[in-house]
Design a protein around this ligand. Structure first.
Ligand code: MGD
Ligand code: MGD
Ligand code: SF4
Ligand code: MO
Length: 864
């Protein structure tokens, strides 16, 4: 069996994978030692990709309404409805909403159809929610949306500044490269209102007031100027500085004012400023804490200003680094998948429009930028957009003010959804659902955060009637009447056209160019090795893609941060968990990934918890001006007071609560249109249901159990639902399968325990209690697959009673907190490597190493 080289399905780190197909739908996953992004390493999500390549839950046939349809029927209908809508209401009455999870080839075809043939720019992407502020900031500062950094910079930097990035969880392999460099002496500063696992390992953590990043960066720039750390020669030669730039910067930028605005200790702030000024080789990495703000673009430029003014760009180990979220966020930027760009890093100027139209031999070309995501869904809601095609994204969950987005989808006369999964919250609104090929089936290219283009390669044949996204789009285009322009037979045809457009009529004015790449044949495409466009030393010559060849310092000022409102005294932040990906359509299938955090938590400072009468582990309702949702409460010392943190991953399919998309306001950055997801006024109140419990089933039920709190947890051989409610258990009992019923009741504690045994195995268990205890779930879960039925089912533990391992920390080797703590104590382990040597934890993907470090320090402080 030979390994197939491909690229991870998840984050923008873009790790290379060697996958060995071991069965019809099984594969063994290993890191690719030859891939420059990861050199063989993988994080927990990449490592467990093999658990998500089965066919459960897949959409395998085109559907018109609830009925299966042939491809011909479905494609004809989509083409007809789009054509008719355009004929009657004009090209701007239709829209595509696409995704950084499309491959470059898919993205290219969708963009070409909308901008060159339909003649509208109403194609936007979930990247609008993700890094459009970085795009706008790059264009303002550099003249083009170019990320100058590479991962090689990480290996030679002396200082890392991570701003608004939980790198340890969201870009774990980048984080491991940073840690490796720190072990050689580099310093790490983390700027994040929360003490994340990333922050816990930092040399310095500045838990700033959310939204105060511009003040922090402007103060730092002022400090560098005072400390003589600017690079005057570089500034004079390569940067345009507006006349009043330094005067406006000075205001409120003294150390004391900044410390007050950012609400951090002035001594810590000084330490950071001095460290930065003294360390030329600095990489500043930023992601959603910076981008997802109504001042996102200004925040990005505050960072770029710093690097431009100190000459920390174009040199090894000195660079600002916007790390991208999705596997092909960058590829989407390159094809022009955003409503605000045209194609191949061109804008809507008359020359660019004429050039692209000529190249495509297109009947039309979009005249101006189209609607950005939030405006686009507003236009759908107002009836201005009458036909919408959603590809590879789940806006009913992930857009801000998702209730309004759902209303808009429900009101839209024609909605098409291309997805790999049968039941998604967005798919529920579709008139036509088209089955797309998933990771492991599709072929094409992706561009990662550091401009490295790699191949995703198919491991399995296409299942059912699933087809690649590029094929689906080109078939619709052909049926709309544009046969020749969309005569692609394979992804490689599209790749070559994309490469030709990048160099077409490009005398070097556009840095994005893939020269040479267009020449290879299909075999060259199949054999493509990872390569970085733009070279390894972007901007080393000090020339920038602006009219005068200079970069720009952009004056940016800190916006006032309003005091909390009486009705909404708290600020709601949202983001990611280490082992889940977005709306969980794939990671939600993997039992091992459910181990890290099984339920949607609202993290709250313990003192705030007391103030609002919350119980750690209880339930609470979080409300904002936009909506409300339930969460399980987790007291967390790492939260700032007055702030809440919730995850973005749970949906209608997986939980009754944790519906984070319902909460943010649809407010956007004026330059980029990116929503400010990270700061929403909110309040919280305890919810105390009469009973709590769990339901374990040997199958995946079609419907979510109907009660106040129901969260689906992936487990081996079945599903687990964590439950709480006020009503009786009738509807839950109705979900139990047939079989022999064993039951026990303890009226004093309001406890009922029911087990169903069928064909000699445990088929289901429903345990609820009002005031009693619930057993740990592990042993019962294992009974689903046990060959015999244990006599102690209703006790929820083995006849001899197994020791409780505690919550799982190392998902690769299934090692719990209690096991680790015991090993540290009993074997006097003193560092993470020693834990690995003793019990194996943290020695595979390494994602749990920050957690191990924390357990170590907790054990140390216990001992002391
Ligand atoms: N495990 C996992 N990894 C992922 C993903 C996933 O779903 N799961 N998704 C991928 C995608 S698409 C993306 S975009 C990236 C996102 O990667 P990250 O940006 O690292 O992730 P987030 O958790 O959204 O937010 C990062 C941090 O910003 C902080 N923050 C909030 N407000 C502020 C502020 O005002 N200032 C500062 N300085 N910080 C603030 C938050 O507290 C949070 O810790 O992750 C990618 N990787
Ligand atoms: N409150 C809050 N909201 C946020 C964020 C936040 O931090 N806070 N972050 C935002 C960010 S940065 C992002 S990137 C978004 C992510 O949000 P989404 O893009 O909505 O999330 P995903 O779950 O990745 O959705 C991808 C969909 O595409 C499907 N899919 C997977 N592969 C393919 C394929 O090859 N073809 C097709 N056609 N379909 C496929 C999946 O099954 C899934 O339904 O969420 C945003 N929303
Ligand atoms: S860091 Fe993890 S999720 Fe991201 S590409 Fe690498 S293996 Fe995949
Ligand atoms: Mo993202």
């Amino acid at each position: 069996m030979t390994a197939i080289r491909t690229t991870c399905a998840y984050c923008g780190v873009g790790c290379g994978i060697r996958a060995t197909v071991t069965g019809e739908r099984t594969a063994q996953i290993a890191g690719d030692p030859d891939h420059p992004a990861n050199r063989g390493r993988l994080c927990s999500k990449g490592t467990h990709l093999g658990e998500t390549v089965g066919l459960e839950g897949r959409l395998l046939h085109p559907m018109i309404g609830a009925k299966r349809a042939s491809w011909d029927k479905a494609l004809d209908l989509v083409a007809k409805r789009f054509r008719e809508t355009i004929a009657r209401h004009g090209p701007n009455s239709v829209a595509f909403y696409v995704s950084g999870q499309l491959l470059t080839e898919d993205y290219y075809v969708a963009n070409k159809l909308m901008k060159g043939f339909i003649g509208s720019a109403n194609i936007d992407t979930n990247s609008r929610l993700c890094m459009s502020s970085a795009v706008a900031g790059h264009i303002r500062g550099f003249g083009e949306d170019v990320v100058p950094a590479t991962y090689d910079d990480l290996d030679v930097a002396d200082l890392f500044v991570l701003v608004g990035s939980n790198t340890a969880w969201c870009h774990p392999i980048v984080y491991q490269r940073i840690r490796a460099r720190c072990e050689a002496g580099a310093k790490l500063v983390v700027i994040d209102p929360r003490r994340t696992e990333t922050a816990e390992e930092a040399d310095l953590h500045l838990a700033i007031r959310p939204g105060s990043d511009v003040a922090l960066m402007n103060g730092l720039l002022q400090h560098c100027r005072d400390a003589d750390a600017l690079d005057d020669a570089w500034l004079a030669a390569h940067v345009a500085v507006p006349a009043d730039f330094w005067d406006q910067l000075g205001e409120g930028s003294d150390l004391w004012s900044v410390a007050k605005t950012c609400d951090v200790d002035a001594a810590d702030l000084r330490r950071f400023y001095e460290l930065f000024a003294a360390t030329p080789r600095t990489v500043t990495l930023f992601s959603q804490g910076i981008n997802q703000s109504t001042s996102g673009t200004d925040q990005v430029n505050a960072i770029l200003n710093l690097h431009l003014a100190t000459g920390r760009i174009g040199k090894p180990g000195a660079v600002p680094f916007s790390i991208t979220g999705q596997p092909n966020a960058m590829g989407g930027r390159e094809v022009g998948g955003l409503a605000s760009t045209l194609a191949a890093h061109m804008d809507f100027g008359p020359e660019a429009r004429a050039r692209v139209q000529r190249f495509w031999a297109a009947p039309a070309i979009a005249e101006k930028p189209g609607l950005k995501a939030v405006d686009l869904f507003r236009a759908v809601g107002e009836g201005r957009i009458k036909a919408l095609w959603v590809m590879a994204t789940n806006p009913a969950v992930s857009m801000p003010d998702a209730n309004r987005v759902r209303e808009a989808l429900a009101a839209c006369p024609f909605v098409v959804v291309s997805d790999v999964i049968e039941k998604t919250d967005t798919g529920a609104f579709a008139h036509v659902r088209l089955p797309a090929a998933a990771w492991g089936e599709k072929d094409g290219t992706v561009t990662n955060s550091d401009r490295t283009i790699s191949r995703q390669r198919a491991l399995f044949p296409l299942p059912g009637e699933a087809m690649p996204d590029w094929w689906i789009v080109k078939e619709v285009a052909r049926r709309m009447g544009w046969k020749n322009a969309f005569a692609y037979d394979r992804a490689a045809d599209i790749w070559r056209e994309h490469c030709r457009l990048s160099t077409y009529d490009n005398d070097g004015a556009r840095l994005f160019a893939l020269p040479g790449a267009a020449q290879g044949g299909n075999a060259a495409y199949d054999d493509m090795q990872p390569f970085r466009w733009g070279g390894d030393a972007m901007f080393a010559d000090g020339r920038f893609p602006t009219d005068d060849g200079r970069a720009r310092l952009v004056p940016v000022a800190q916006k006032p941060l309003p005091a909390p409102l009486e009705k909404w005294p708290l600020t709601l932040n949202s983001g990611r968990y280490r082992d889940q990906w977005h709306t969980m359509t794939r990671t939600g299938l993997a039992p091992k990934l459910a181990r890290h955090r099984a339920e949607p938590l609202v993290e709250v400072h313990p003192r705030d918890g007391e103030q609002w009468d919350l119980a750690d582990g209880g339930l609470a309702r979080v409300a904002t001006p936009q909506g409300e949702s339930l969460y399980r409460v987790a007291f967390a010392e790492g939260q700032r007071r007055g702030e809440l943190f919730v995850p973005i991953h749970w949906t209608d399919r997986t939980a009754s609560g944790g519906r984070t998309g319902l909460l943010p306001r649809p407010l956007v950055d004026p330059h980029s249109g990116q929503p400010g997801f990270k700061r929403t006024p909110a309040r919280i109140e305890a919810v105390s249901p009469r009973w709590r419990g769990f339901l374990l089933l040997n199958h995946d039920p079609a419907e979510r159990p109907g009660c106040l709190w129901a969260t689906r947890v992936a487990v081996p051989s079945g599903t687990l639902w964590e439950l709480a409610g006020d009503g009786d258990l009738k509807s839950l009992e109705a979900t139990l399968p047939r079989g022999e019923r064993i039951e026990a009741e303890d009226r004093a504690r309001g406890t009922r325990r029911i087990a169903i045994v069928a064909s000699g195995r445990l088929a289901a268990a429903l345990f609820v209690t009002e005031t009693g205890e619930l057993p740990p779930r592990d042993w019962l879960i294992a009974q689903l697959a046990a060959p015999d039925v244990a006599p102690t089912l209703l006790a929820g533990r083995a006849p001899g009673a197994a020791a409780d391992r505690g919550p799982i920390v190392c998902v690769c080797f299934d090692i719990g907190l209690k096991t680790i703590a015991a090993a540290i104590r009993d074997q006097s382990l003193t560092d993470v490597a020693a834990i690995g040597a003793a019990i194996g934890a943290g020695t595979n993907c390494g994602s749990c190493r920050p957690a191990l470090a924390r357990i170590l320090s907790e054990e140390k402080s216990h001992a002391a």
